[in-house]
Design a protein around this ligand. Structure first.
Ligand code: SF4
Length: 757
């Protein structure tokens, strides 16, 4: 290991001499040595600590390194850590507010139980952990005994991916429940990416990442990294990286129905009608073939078949559907193919509509056909210190191993689309969901037709939520078990190093010690798993019992120490010595050796994706004949929002209101609506009232509401307070419209807008 500037570079390959088998576990060369060190060292600050500590912001996928200034045990300042090899000092407004969650008076720290009296009045009362565990285990076990395992539904929210304990222990608890009714925020977000990766590269999380620091042409569909700092592309400090891209003569071109923060700083921006990106992308592939611009790698199969499939998707066909000129589409394809290096990337805007998987497939094909796959400046696969893909720590994925009971929607990777959850709860019969376990999620605000889902949750026999807030979803729980917050627990990002634009590793010990009456999420999951196993009388062989016990009682830090030791790229000892993180270097070509397909080849036209083109053809007729007063609704995210939470944080909610419906001034005028006036927005599913603002940034015919708003306070005080006005976009989104992968369609929802009465 050698210092370079103010960073530490760790060389590739083994980081210490190989143990010959003669050494004891406490010898530094023994593979278990680091596990022992990891067990023994952890030092949260004391109550009267004054000084600085390094930490990590895990509010979003950018995983920025932070530096906390602490005075007598109180955080007085948070800034970006300049020495972090990935985030390099960057921090966004949310990161500055990390400690607000830790000190939030609304945050729960003890289990609470909902008690409803005969008059229907609800009261929440605190209870002890042992009593709470017993109650939850009793009720879940009784549900299984009476109605079977599928009677328990599970929902994992987005923060589950950001907590090490959830990754190491939460998934083990979910697996032990052995229910087919598993749901998560993935099916309202990213399943198309996983669905395509599984078919092309053999693993659901084998997602190529744009090599943003070296590319010369960055093509962006439906993504806003200036606000998000990347998603399924961990790219902290995107604004700085973009400035560097432009300084070296590179370009960023954006297609989006809104002139987003990213579109505003792009070299070029083109409006594209919501839901039509697929035809634009396929038309670009058509141009590549028609003009002989394809240079696929030798391990890519069925190129000719793809040529035939995209033959009907001419730029002229795409223009009237998408609003993007045929000449623009041709030029985009030519520029992409001609660039010194290029990377195509698409995110929420193109994943969360009815053809999200076709979009993600076409984006992969753009990179694959132009020689920009697995090359510097193109798209590449990170090689994290803990390789969750290559080591199969997360399974490869599978499709249609079972189906939902009511609508017969196929599962993907063990999960059913969350859009079917409401009907699985409300429809009687064998396999009906009668009890729910939610973990760090608020599906009432974040999944389609949230109002109806709230009604369904209210009718459950039992519900338990592992969550730090009482919110629109957890208010329906019988018991809430609150884990510690981010600054109180150890963190290693098992997931997001896998999507990062540079190979780095960082372990962050807890900054603050937990109170003796608090529990970490992994402790909650372990306690529930053990009690459920005993109540359900699960008889396992002694060896399996010991493995299960060890897995659930070892702390996440111990698990990570072991995984690092066996990965042999960097050790826990090194990470503890360098809490700013260690640099493992830029992304490198790894293909085809790292492909997870059986034959180490890529099939460009997998049947599930190629087969969906028929549905796309059929849909094109409808998109050309919208009713005259119809508009298309899209979502949006702000840098100060974190999905449905942080809306009770004063620091992040001041300033101009962000909840308005955005629409083009011409669309306002056509309907006789005034700028700032209240309007009624109506879809097939529901209706909401909200203020409308006219902005030229919207494509005419398109309106936008932010995701995660619409906090409700009717009747009870929600800890997750309603300091932010607004409505839930998911009272308008339609659970019947799904991508072939099962992902929900939030973008391109047909709505009408009229003056509120
Ligand atoms: S971009 Fe902001 S919210 Fe995301 S990790 Fe960095 S500081 Fe945190």
């Amino acid at each position: 290991m050698s210092p370079v500037g103010n960073r530490w570079i760790v060389s590739r390959g083994p980081t210490r001499p190989k143990c010959t088998g003669r050494h004891r576990p406490w010898h530094p060369w023994h593979p278990w040595h680091d596990a022992l060190v990891g067990l023994l060292t952890n030092s949260p600050v004391s109550d009267d600590f004054t000084g600085t500590r390094l930490g990590v912001c895990n509010l979003c996928e950018a995983i920025c390194g932070i530096e906390l200034t602490i005075e007598r045990g109180t955080v007085t300042l948070i800034k970006g850590n300049q020495d972090d090899p990935l985030s390099r000092g960057y921090i966004c407004p949310k990161g500055v507010s990390m400690a607000d969650v830790y000190t939030d008076p609304d945050r729960l720290t003890r289990p609470i139980r909902r008690i409803t009296d005969d008059a229907g009045r609800t009261e929440w009362v605190e209870m002890g952990w042992e009593e709470a565990y017993d109650l939850v285990a009793d009720r879940l076990a009784a549900t299984v005994t009476e109605h079977g395992r599928d009677a328990i539904g599970v929902y994992l929210g987005n923060p589950s991916a950001h907590s090490l304990g959830s990754q190491t222990h939460g998934t083990a608890l979910v697996k032990s429940l052995r229910t087919r009714n598993r749901f998560s925020a993935s099916s309202v977000d990213q399943i198309p990416h996983q669905f395509v990766a599984w078919q092309l590269y053999g693993h659901q999380l084998m997602l190529p990442v744009p090599d943003i620091d070296r590319t010369s042409y960055f093509l962006v569909f439906g993504a806003n990294p200036m606000a998000s700092n990347g998603s399924l592309m961990t790219v902290p400090g995107f604004p700085t990286r973009l400035r560097a891209l432009k300084a070296r003569g590179g370009q960023m071109v954006v297609l989006d129905p809104r002139r987003t923060e990213t579109a505003k700083v792009a070299t070029a921006h083109h409006f594209v009608r919501p839901g039509s990106d697929a035809v634009v992308l396929l038309a670009m592939l058509h141009v590549l073939f028609a003009e002989g611009l394809t240079t696929p790698a030798p391990y890519v199969d069925h190129v000719e078949h793809l040529r035939d499939l995209v033959a009907p998707f001419t730029p002229e066909l795409a223009e009237p559907h998408s609003g993007v000129g045929a000449d623009v589409i041709r030029q985009l394809a030519r520029d992409f193919a001609a660039a010194e290096s290029a990377a195509a990337y698409g995110r929420v805007g193109v994943s969360t509509h009815g053809f999200g998987s076709v979009c993600q497939w076409a984006i992969q094909c753009l990179n694959l056909l132009t020689g920009n796959f697995d090359r510097a400046g193109g798209v590449m696969f990170p090689e994290p210190a803990i390789d969750i893909v290559g080591r199969r720590i997360i399974g490869q994925g599978h499709f249609d191993a079972w189906r939902s009971r009511v609508r017969e929607s196929p599962e993907f990777a063990g999960e059913l689309p969350v859009s079917v959850l409401r009907e699985e709860i409300e429809t009687p019969g064998t396999g009906q969901v009668r009890a729910m376990v939610t973990m760090a999620g608020n599906p009432v605000l974040s999944t389609p037709d949230g109002k109806s889902l709230a009604r369904a949750l209210a009718g459950l026999d039992f519900m338990v939520s592992v969550d730090i807030y009482l919110n629109e979803t957890t208010r329906h729980a019988d018991v809430i078990l609150p884990p510690t917050s981010a600054l109180e627990r150890d963190q290693y990002d098992l997931v997001f190093h896998n999507f990062a634009v540079r190979n780095t590793a960082r372990f962050t010990p807890a900054v603050f010690a937990k109170d003796k009456d608090q529990r970490h999420d992994w402790q909650i999951f372990g306690a529930l798993a053990a009690r459920l196993q005993s109540r359900l009388g699960v008889k396992l062989p002694l060896k399996s019992r010991l493995i299960s016990w060890a897995r659930m009682t070892a702390s996440p830090a111990v698990v990570v120490t072991g995984l690092l030791a066996t990965g042999r790229k960097v050790s826990m000892r090194q990470l503890r010595a360098h809490p700013e993180g260690v640099d493992l270097g830029p992304l490198q070509p790894t293909m085809p050796a790292r492909l997870q397909t059986k034959d180490k080849r890529i099939d460009l036209t997998p049947p599930l994706l190629a087969g969906d083109l028929e549905r796309l053809h059929a849909s094109l007729e409808q998109t050309l004949t919208p009713s005259s007063d119809q508009l298309l609704l899209i979502g949006r995210r702000h840098q100060q929002d974190c999905n449905s939470w942080l809306h009770n944080t004063a620091r992040l909610t001041r300033g101009r209101p962000r909840h308005h419906l955005l629409m083009h001034p011409d669309d306002l005028a056509e309907r006789g609506l005034s700028d700032g006036g209240r309007v009624t927005v109506t879809s097939r599913v529901g209706s909401v009232e909200v203020e409308a603002t006219g902005v030229e940034d919207m494509m005419p015919g398109v309106v936008s509401l932010p995701h995660g708003y619409g906090h409700q306070v009717d009747g009870i005080r929600l800890g997750h307070a309603s300091q932010v006005a607004g409505v839930s976009i998911n009272d308008l989104t339609d659970p019947e419209v799904l991508d072939v992968s099962g992902n929900a369609a939030f973008n391109g929802v047909p709505v009408t807008v009229s003056a509120a009465q």
